[in-house]
Design a protein around this ligand. Structure first.
Ligand code: SF4
Length: 367
């Protein structure tokens, strides 16, 4: 059996306008990108660049940095010049940092109209500066900082209020001839978030940046983000994603990458297929799966390794994978490309799988 690689995904992407975020396109036919945000003090240029390097290695496409002070704004030019990833400046409260970020050469600026006083009066100037510098914008609407004028609507229809706020701001930019922006309408509740993005996608063709905001610690936040993004991506909605976790941003990127890989929206890398174990298991499946995952965590070649606890599904799953083990009686049958190549004692299964995986990877044709 030849495993199917990257079969069609679950939905046709909804057609959106394409905008540029430095070297990364967002929307249109551009691949769905993964974003994250640094947690360092932006003014600490070295620490910020170091974290950006870690995010790059994890598969991040676009990075956002917070700009709460003049010191942070002053650091933007150096960060934008040295970052491997396009840098988006995240601006709340003070409109002067929007102009500073554009002039510093940031690839994008996220503005939160609900948090910038008299934002609407500055739109023509912001649009002019962004156009002159080729800077993409994101109108980032958040439930927690919604325009006060929409409070009444929000109480009755939170998703509707998020959409109304986004469209109001979009209209102001459109009125001055500026359309190079993405939109986000984030909410901490995945149900409201999904409703808001669905409704927004029906009435505009701007690229959509998906996010469940304040999604929580890693376990809860991963589930909230994966379910909400999954619902939307399955309808073709979403051009760039940010998983928000109360955890290391590298973790956010890894989760975002895996969500896209799960739907074949990004080519799959190393993948482990392992059974949940049950009363039939004749080896410690959890430990085997964990050790193999750890041993192959740096594998960049898209191979699939099956770790199965017994012979019920073991040989079948192992045959569908590039490499696998079907365990039983304290031994493991090592199966490569559908053929049993050897049988090893249980304590040699992990080392043998890692060795064989590396051998297959070395022979893997370059893309
Ligand atoms: Fe149980 Fe075997 Fe299935 Fe694993 S492969 S869940 S041990 S029946």
């Amino acid at each position: 059996v030849t495993p199917v690689r990257n079969p069609p995904t679950v939905a046709t992407r909804r057609k959106t306008r394409k905008i540029h975020c430095g070297k990364v396109d967002v929307g249109g036919d551009a691949p769905i990108s993964v974003q994250s945000m640094t947690t360092t003090l932006t003014a600490n240029i070295n620490a910020t660049l170091q974290q950006i390097a870690q995010l790059t290695a994890a598969g991040c496409d676009i990075v956002r940095v917070a700009v709460p002070s003049q010191d942070d704004a002053d650091a933007l030019a150096a960060i934008a010049a040295k970052s491997q990833l396009p840098v988006v400046a995240d601006i709340h409260f003070n409109p002067k940092y929007v102009f500073a970020a554009i002039e510093a050469g940031c690839a994008g600026v996220r503005v939160n109209p609900g948090n910038i006083k008299a934002f609407d009066d500055r739109i023509a100037d912001i649009a002019k500066a962004a156009t002159e510098h080729g800077t993409g914008l994101r109108i980032g609407i958040n439930a927690g900082s919604l325009d006060k004028r929409l409070a009444g609507m929000y109480a009755k229809d939170p998703a509707g209020a998020l959409v109304a706020s986004a469209l109001n701001e979009a209209k102001l930019f459109e009125d001055v001839g500026f359309r190079d922006f993405a939109i986000s309408v984030k909410h901490h509740d995945p149900v409201i978030m999904v409703q808001a993005y669905r409704r927004l996608s029906e009435v505009c063709d701007y690229p959509l940046h998906l996010g469940v905001t304040e999604a929580g610690p890693a376990f809860q936040g991963t589930i909230k983000s994966a379910t909400a993004f999954g619902a939307l991506l399955a309808e073709g909605i979403g051009d760039t994603i940010r998983v928000s976790l109360s955890a290391d941003p590298v973790q956010e990127v890894k989760v975002g990458v895996k969500i896209l890989e799960a739907f074949n929206l990004r080519p799959r890398q190393f993948e482990i297929v392992s059974c949940p174990s049950c009363g039939r298991a004749q080896v410690d499946v959890y430990s085997l799966a964990e050790q193999v995952t750890e041993g192959l965590k740096d594998m960049t070649v898209p191979i699939r390794v099956a770790v199965m606890g017994c012979v019920v599904n073991g040989p079948g799953e192992a045959r569908e994978a590039d490499l696998g083990v079907a365990s039983g009686n304290g031994k493991g049958q090592i199966i490569v490309k559908g053929k049993v190549i050897k049988t090893v004692p249980e304590d040699e299964i992990v080392a043998t799988l890692i060795e064989e995986a590396n051998r297959i990877a070395a022979d893997f044709p370059d893309e």
